[in-house]
Ligand binder design. Structure first.
Ligand code: HEC
Ligand code: HEC
Ligand code: HEC
Length: 561
């Protein structure tokens, strides 16, 4: 037998061995065919629990987005696989499960990580953030090496003039370009704001509406704008990116690095901290909040639903103080968690010192009224925030409390703005404005996406202080504490057993629902997830856990009882 013959046979053998083990065997491996995953659900009593459920397929739009993702080669730089090593779970979230790839053919695990892993990116950012990021990643992170994807935008070459509409509003001149994007005969308006360079982003939602051009502080003085319009491909790509990781339900509400509860701290003014804070601000915040903190940075034109905050008026929504100004602790909480559902990212990965420094810069340099240049008025020096209000331990949730919450909802007329079932579509909802005159919609409370956090204490804080600068009132004087707690539990229950992405109710039997609602049932990690159909006592053994797991489970209950 010649050496060549041996090599040939060996070559053929190894070729087929590889084909069988990597091409065919995986299809016979049960874990490769499963769509079973563990996901976090919110129970009727506001608790978050892991349960076993099934991954869902992509919608046609998400599938189209996946094709764009493949076409554009996003996978050259982005992996989709959270591994149980080197702190990845603290950076991105729960470890990947095989069921999550049930509908991924071909899978996009990826090996090279030039950019961050995207397995858990769904709902980490808002759609608006992605729009700005695809236009130019460096607007949001100056050190990004991700290429701008401007090819995904519709960018007509000719500028369009800003003209008067005869009724006191500014609108766009009718040209073939603007008529292709808007419907000037429509009764519905959409308010859009160009950035200081005269770039105007036109979202999909603008089609079929009349544009109204709003420039709050005259940041742009030109008489014509350049358009960047959203396209179907872009809409689809964002739908796909938002789906990533969402088979695991409301896991982000349990994500510890993003949680932070401090209210007491306030640091004295220090010019060193302010100087450091300025550097942080210019790198991380300027893109949206603008050079002077006026809320119209280069990326702000993409954020047409919720504009970035202008710091000049020193109005802050999220605080636990009686007076309008927040403590450093309030600001630190907001910056660490981000403002969910808006473009304001969660900055938990930014070093703590950077976060503390940027707070000083915002407080002492940006939250200053400079309308009289001779005498600038620094709000945080003239009207320092008082001590935080005290939030007691929440009462234990019960059906009674929920029933009371429902009553209070009626009495306090929350439905006037938020709608009967909390969808945000009450009779007063249309035409609401915030202090700066931008349109604002009452929160859709069934979405479970709360701007200032998803714990019952967070909702209670909102009930107590209201959201400054918006129509959302404070109920500190109108409702006794007990009723505010009842209301807070009721509000949380509105998003119980709902899918956070589609907002659809989950299919779940009454027995399972009752079992999950049981306040003593512990299901705090994917390993001890509740298995529908199984009695709680069986759940651990069904998952094939070792003795260790069930023993600790028993100890916990023993201690609890
Ligand atoms: C050249 C490599 C590269 C390519 C190609 C690339 N990215 Fe990125 N991406 C990065 C880097 C680096 C970052 C981190 C800095 C930043 O936020 O821009 C990033 C960040 C992101 C983020 C934010 C993730 C997070 O958790 O902060 C998303 C979402 C994203 N990219 C999506 C995409 C999509 C979708 C595509 C394809 C259209 C794509 N990227 C193509 C390198 C790349
Ligand atoms: C991608 C855009 C974007 C970036 C980048 C960004 N923000 Fe924001 N920020 C927003 C938006 C949008 C809001 C308004 C949210 C709202 O009003 O609901 C906001 C609101 C805020 C608020 C007001 C919170 C309150 O209580 O009302 C603070 C404080 C803040 N941002 C700080 C920062 C800091 C500090 C940075 C940089 C480390 C930063 N932001 C970066 C978009 C951004
Ligand atoms: C005058 C109209 C109005 C009334 C009345 C009103 N709200 Fe609101 N509410 C709003 C608006 C507008 C927002 C959105 C603010 C924003 O997005 O910044 C909001 C936001 C909220 C939020 C979301 C907070 C977050 O973190 O995202 C909760 C919870 C809420 N309202 C509960 C209630 C309850 C409960 C009542 C009745 C006691 C009530 N609201 C009455 C207008 C109203």
């Amino acid at each position: 037998m010649s050496a060549r013959f041996v090599t040939l046979v060996a070559g053929i053998f190894f070729f087929f061995a590889a084909l069988v083990t990597q091409g065919f065997l995986p299809f016979f491996e049960p874990s490769a065919r499963t769509n079973r995953v563990t996901a976090v659900v919110r129970t009727d009593f506001g608790q978050l629990k892991w349960m076993m459920t099934e991954a869902t397929d992509y919608t046609p739009l998400q599938q189209l987005g996946r094709d764009v993702y493949l076409r554009e080669g996003c996978w050259y730089c982005h992996s989709q696989y959270v591994r149980p090593v080197t702190g990845e779970t603290r950076r991105w979230g729960p470890v990947t499960e095989s069921g999550e790839f049930a509908y991924d053919v071909p899978h996009l695990f990826g090996t090279r990580r030039i950019g961050p892993d995207l397995m858990r990116v769904g709902l980490k950012f808002s759609d608006e953030w992605h729009l700005a990021h695809f236009w130019n990643p460096r607007m949001l992170s100056p050190d990004s090496i991700m290429a701008p994807y401007r090819g995904l935008f519709d960018e007509p070459a000719e500028p369009v003039k800003i003209v008067d509409d005869g009724a006191g509003n500014r609108t766009l001149e009718r040209t073939p370009v603007s008529e292709g994007l808007f419907d000037f005969a429509s009764k519905e308006q959409i308010r859009l704001t160009p950035n200081a360079d005269g770039l105007l982003f036109v979202p999909m939602q603008a089609r079929g509406k009349v544009p109204v051009i709003v420039i709050p502080n005259e940041e742009y003085k030109g008489d014509a704008i350049k358009i960047a319009a959203e396209t179907k491909d872009l809409e689809a790509l964002i739908a796909y990116v938002q789906k990533l990781g969402m088979n695991r339900g409301k896991w982000r509400d349990l994500f510890e690095p993003q949680q932070l509860e401090v209210t007491e701290v306030t640091f004295p003014r220090s010019s060193e901290w302010i100087a450091h804070g300025r550097e942080v601000y210019e790198r991380r915040c300027l893109g949206c909040h603008g050079v002077n903190g006026d809320g119209n940075g280069p990326a702000a034109t993409f954020l047409h639903i919720q504009r970035p905050r202008s710091f000049a008026a020193a109005v802050f929504k999220f605080r636990l103080t009686k007076e309008p100004l927040p403590t450093d602790g309030d600001l630190l909480r907001t910056i660490t968690r981000g403002v969910r559902g808006t473009a304001m990212p969660a900055w938990y990965e930014l070093p703590l010192t950077d976060r503390l420094a940027v707070i000083q810069y915002i407080k002492y340099e940006l939250a200053v009224d400079r309308s009289d240049p001779a005498e600038p008025y620094a709000f945080f020096i003239e009207e320092p925030p008082g001590p935080p209000l005290y939030i007691a331990k929440p009462p234990t949730a019960s059906q009674q409390i929920l029933d009371r919450g429902k009553e209070v909802w009626q009495i306090a007329k929350c439905w006037e703005c938020h709608g009967m079932i909390g969808k945000g579509d009450g009779q007063k909802a249309a035409g609401l404005k915030d202090d700066l005159g931008f349109g604002i919609v009452p929160a859709d409370l069934t979405s479970g996406q709360f701007k200032s956090g998803t714990a019952v204490e967070d909702i209670f804080r909102t009930m107590t202080t209201g959201l400054s600068g918006t129509p959302m009132p404070s109920y500190r004087d109108a409702l006794p504490e007990e009723d505010r707690w009842a209301l807070s539990y009721y509000v949380l229950a509105l998003s119980a057993y709902k899918d956070p992405l589609t907002l659809q109710p989950l299919t779940i039997s009454d027995t399972d629902r009752a079992a999950l609602n049981d306040l003593t049932l512990e299901a705090v990690s994917p390993d001890n997830a509740y298995v529908p159909g199984a009695s709680p006592a069986q759940k651990a053994s069904e998952l094939g856990e070792g003795n260790g797991g069930s023993l600790t489970g028993k100890q916990d209950t023993a201690q609890g009882g």
